[in-house]
Design a protein around this ligand. Structure first.
Ligand SMILES: Cc1cc2nc3c(=O)[nH]c(=O)nc-3n(C[C@H](O)[C@H](O)[C@H](O)COP(=O)(O)OP(=O)(O)OC[C@H]3O[C@@H](n4cnc5c(N)ncnc54)[C@H](O)[C@@H]3O)c2cc1C
Length: 365
């Protein structure tokens, strides 16, 4: 297994549970690591706007979360801070509220995802301090949040507890096909294995190249702001603002196509803060303590890619590693362990981008 972020670690954990012997290589802090810089939403709403099978997959993914979390927590004694009491996407104008409601209605038909269109009075039942001036929001009750750093720590702990091997600071530089499997050239020596899983986020681009496969994934920067602690006011998260269990607010959500640049910028952080204050005016007097940026791993249609790119070499990459953690540990691991590609995953194969027009990037829904 290559990549110890949320995707690679979820699959490694699942494979171990399927009885596979797993060695997990992780490059470390030099690499891009979205798993350590994300917003922590466990989210279905809006996913699959450009690939409907993804809507179904994402819904199933969040439905599996509570059971999956209970098991992982019992095994590791790490509280994942899962809250799944619903979540909001605010709409800045009446027109965007209408458009979003139409999209949610399409998704409801695809996967039965229930939603409500709410006006400020309805939103205020879940969130004190919300502005009465905003047009409204979409509420989806399966959505929620978890602590992504604790999730990652729990995966790593469970892998170790179940006799998996986690090799930190071990970058895989090249994958070579050899008789009976693959040889991985790593910064800590070479290693041979029967099957290899590419779960290395943006690092997959170079790894796939060593097998002659071009991946159409790109980085998409997101900046996040962190405030000081505050008394609890938000009982559920929204896509732009959430309050963690220890009281801090996370403000976020920029989508910036700026290559591999991980800096934070004043123009974007100011916009993020201004939007958060528009939705929650009281935030104007809450102090910011820090900001960071991280790079999303995006396919042109924002959906995951799951494929066997060479016999016994599996590619797993997605934008929603928190939301899909449970389904990755269950179904992706099941596929790799058994070798049979499940029909429900066919829409996520790499070949969907073969036609040049399919490589055009869609907007974030
Ligand atoms: C700002 C932001 C907000 C987000 N918010 C959410 C959210 O709310 N909910 C959600 O579900 N998702 C969210 N995401 C997406 C989520 O963070 C990612 O989908 C997820 O972290 C991807 O995990 P990964 O393991 O594929 O990649 P990464 O976290 O990037 O991990 C890749 C790992 O592979 C290792 N690696 C790379 N190359 C090599 C190599 N050659 N050899 C060995 N190891 C290697 C690296 O060390 C790294 O640990 C967000 C992302 C961003 C950037």
């Amino acid at each position: 297994m290559i990549g110890g972020g949320l995707v690679g670690a979820a699959v490694a954990y699942g494979l171990i549970k399927q009885g596979c012997q797993v060695v997990l290589f992780d490059e470390g802090d030099k690499a891009f690591r979205a798993s350590r810089g994300n917003f922590g939403l466990v989210w279905a709403q809006g996913k699959g706007a450009h690939l409907e099978d993804y809507a179904q997959w994402a819904c199933e993914g969040v439905e599996l979360w509570a059971d999956f979390a209970a098991k992982l927590e019992a095994e590791t004694d790490i509280d994942l801070e899962l809250e799944q009491n619903g979540g909001f996407v605010f709409c800045p104008s009446e027109e965007s509220l209408k458009e979003r409601a139409a999209m949610m209605e399409r998704l409801r038909k695809v996967c039965g995802l229930d939603y409500d269109v709410m006006k400020p009075a309805g939103i205020a039942r879940y969130m004190s301090g919300v502005s009465s001036e905003i047009p409204g929001a979409i509420f989806c009750k399966v959505d929620g949040s978890a602590n992504p750093m604790k999730l990652l720590r729990a995966f790593h702990a469970a892998i170790a507890l179940n006799d998996g091997s986690l090799r930190r600071e071990a970058q895989v530089e090249r994958i070579e096909s050899v008789s009976g499997g693959y040889r991985l050239a790593t910064t800590k020596g070479s290693f041979t294995c029967e099957k290899v899983v590419l779960g290395a986020g943006l690092g997959n681009v170079k790894l796939a190249e060593s097998l002659g496969v071009r991946l159409p994934i790109i980085p998409m920067r997101g900046q996040i702001l962190v405030t000081e602690r505050h008394a609890p006011v938000l009982t559920v998260p929204s896509e732009n603002v959430r309050q963690t269990r220890d009281g801090i607010f996370l403000l976020g959500g920029s989508w910036e196509d700026v290559g591999y640049d991980t800096s934070t910028t004043f123009d974007v952080t100011s916009d993020i803060a201004a939007l958060a204050i528009r939705y929650f005016p009281f935030l104007a007097s809450v102090r910011l303590v820090r900001s960071w940026s991280a790079l999303r791993i995006l396919a042109p249609d924002n959906a995951p890619i799951y494929d066997e790119i060479a016999p016994g070499a599996y590619l797993v990459t997605c934008h929603s590693g928190v939301s899909l953690a449970a389904i990755h540990a269950a179904k992706i691991a099941g596929w790799i362990a058994s070798g049979g590609f499940p029909a429900e995953m066919t829409p996520f194969k790499l070949s969907r981008f073969d036609a040049p027009e399919k490589q055009a990037r869609v907007a974030h829904a």
